[in-house]
Write a protein that binds this ligand. Structure first.
Ligand code: APR
Length: 230
């Protein structure tokens, strides 16, 4: 069985990382145009670098939760049959043990050199304009995908979604494309679609199954059910 799991900020909420559009979410306290667009970065790089430095520090001290671990357990059982596609820029999936993973919106723990385009693992702050380890330019930005930029891995994702038998959306509001279109793409190719979310989203095409609840409860329970059926 081929399974694609798409995750959003909701899977990391119980690890203490804020979502974007929920009450108290990141987009309540910050303007998307200021901190999540290339234009905002060009206008005021210090504010943007500080925003991601802060998020990187918070993410570094967060721990994966039962939902991340359950997906790693599913990969152990499914091997190549599972692909996790995350919109999250934290590293909690990989720290839980997931290996077949696409970070479509990039990674907080990487820096992108705007001069030589190298992508480098990065744990420190970017605010002080450190040198790019490849070309030496002080031109590093967070390797996250901003609005108006192309997400990573689209070909691989679309191929996997089109071939999936089961498509599962976890903790995402479905407000941001192209991720928001993947459930419909999977359904058009015959997949069964499932949503696991604290508050179910309002999709264009309804999911075949919806399980409402916190990720740390509903994701392990869904994984148990998949493994019991196998
Ligand atoms: N368990 C499960 N789901 C939860 C939990 C939880 N404990 N807490 C919140 N959620 C759900 C909400 O119900 C909502 O559907 O997580 C979702 C969070 O939605 P958003 O804040 O819109 O986050 P996301 O869907 O990941 O956003 C997509 O928008 O700006 C961006 O690039 C950013 O990747 C992000 C993209």
């Amino acid at each position: 069985m081929r399974i694609v799991v798409l995750t959003g900020a909701g899977i990391s909420a119980e690890s203490g990382l804020a979502t974007f559009r929920d009450a108290g979410g990141l987009w309540e306290g910050h303007s998307v145009a200021d901190v999540a667009t290339p234009e905002g970065y060009a206008r005021d790089p210090d504010t943007v670098l500080a925003f991601y430095d802060e998020r990187r520090r918070i993410a570094a001290s967060a721990l994966p939760n039962a939902a991340h671990f359950a997906l790693a357990r599913l990969e152990e059982a499914q091997g190549d049959g599972l692909l996790v596609v995350t919109q999250n820029v934290d590293d909690l999936h990989e720290r839980a043990g997931t290996r077949r993973l696409v970070h479509m919106h990039g990674e907080l723990f990487r820096a992108l050199c705007t001069r030589c385009h190298a992508r480098t693992p990065w744990i420190g702050d970017l605010r002080g304009r450190p040198e790019c380890p490849h070309c030496g330019a002080r031109a590093l930005r967070p390797d996250v995908v901003w609005f108006g930029e192309m997400p990573y891995g689209l070909d691989r994702i679309e191929e996997a979604v089109s071939e999936a038998d089961v498509f599962v959306s976890v903790g995402t509001s479905g407000e941001v494309y192209p991720a928001a279109g993947y459930a419909a793409l999977a359904a058009a190719h015959g997949a069964r679609t499932v949503e696991l979310n604290l508050v179910p989203s309002d999709p264009v095409i309804p999911f075949d199954e919806v399980r409402a609840g916190p990720a740390t409860t509903v994701v392990p329970a869904w994984v148990d059910d998949v493994l019991a059926e196998a």
